[in-house]
Design a protein. Structure first.
Length: 355
């Protein structure tokens, strides 16, 4: 899980080769003496990022074209440079054309090339939550990239949850919000169950050794199997796995590939980072126009829960769209097919005034 390919988020499975995007810049920004909400401090927290395009300022010097895109659990900003996503969003004439927008793709704390347990601290790495991750993103923008305003904040899965938090934490910092594959409520029910299964499997594995293992513990395979289960949708799985033998082969191949790239401590921290996610009490504070986009075949956030429809009523300028099952949907991996949902992004941008 050192880079963009592997991911604790089921959404990150099936990744392809990253696209060579013109103007793509990568860098690291160090946040000195970063204090986590749990009270621990890291002398230097490294946040890795990728950018496309250049910031443009208005007559008052405020950045007007910056877009922040946030990845899912276990992924990284590189996920969004893959051809299927990038070409349909960042290419010339596309909704987030990199010749017009300044696109920022950070790696969250504990992910990608940002500071994480596998760098050496192992299970001594400070416990982080979603609010720590959002605070680090804010400091990257304001202190590191000198961005004082965002045209849009959007994210998928965990990044979608971060988007809700951005809206209620930095009230006037953005013009619009687009959370994808996420619910504005605590992690609970089945969503909590699969996360607990992974967490308990690792923590109770005698080969984990409190995080000081020399070889990846066997529980990492269990974790990879759970993640495979939660991604995609049943019809796509049946297409790829039409017999018992084929099912075992596809599963084993995917899991064997994943565990060569995963790290148990990183996965543990990533899965457990949702402990402080609870946007519910402050949803009414959100001022920016918000569009919540979810998919009917998403096993992690199934529409029958009705959470989005209930909670969206509390957000002043918000609406929710449920994309129905079709040949273009892929369960929790659906956002990577940006061509299928980018009209909703365009509609949001067209309707959201500059603030």
């Amino acid at each position: 899980m050192q880079d963009s390919r592997p991911a604790t988020d089921p959404q990150a499975h099936g990744a392809g080769t990253a696209a060579p995007l013109p103007g793509l810049v990568e860098g690291d920004f160090s946040l000195n003496n970063f204090q986590f909400t749990g009270g621990e401090t890291l002398p230097a927290l490294r946040i890795h990022y990728r950018t496309l395009g250049q910031p443009r300022r208005d007559e008052r010097g405020k950045v007007r074209n910056a877009v922040l895109i946030l990845h899912g659990t276990g992924g990284s900003g590189a996920r969004f440079t893959e051809p299927e996503f990038a070409a349909d969003l960042f290419g010339r004439g596309q909704p987030l054309d990199a010749s017009r927008y300044f696109v920022v793709l950070p790696d969250g704390i504990g992910h990608g090339q940002s500071s994480k347990p596998s760098d050496g601290a192992h299970a001594r790495f400070p416990r982080f939550g979603y609010r720590d991750m959002v605070a680090a993103q804010y400091r990257l923008l304001t202190n590191g990239l000198q961005v004082d305003h965002l045209r849009l904040v959007m994210g998928t899965s965990m990044g979608g949850m971060h988007t809700w938090l951005w809206g209620e934490t930095y009230l006037d910092f953005m013009d619009a919000l687009l959370p994808l594959l996420s619910l504005p409520a605590q992690i609970c029910g089945r969503n909590r169950v699969w996360r607990r299964i992974i967490s308990d499997a690792i923590r109770n594995d005698p080969e984990w050794h409190g995080g000081e293992y020399r070889l990846q513990p066997p529980s990492l395979r269990t974790a990879a199997q759970i993640l495979f289960l939660m991604s995609s949708n049943p019809l796509l799985r049946l297409k790829d796995m039409p017999t018992l033998a084929a099912s075992d082969t596809v599963l084993d191949t995917a899991v064997n590939t994943a565990i060569q790239q995963y790290d148990a401590n990183d996965m543990l921290y990533q899965i457990e980072a949702s402990w402080d996610y609870d946007p519910g009490p402050d949803l009414g504070k959100i001022r920016a126009p918000l569009l919540a986009l979810n998919w009917a075949d998403d096993l992690i956030n199934p529409p029958e829960l009705g959470i989005v429809e209930r909670e969206i009523q509390r957000v002043p300028q918000a609406r929710a769209v449920l994309i129905p099952f079709s040949a273009h949907t892929r369960g929790h991996e659906s956002p990577q097919n940006a061509a299928a949902w980018k009209p909703h992004l365009l509609q949001l941008l067209d309707s959201a005034p500059y603030r």
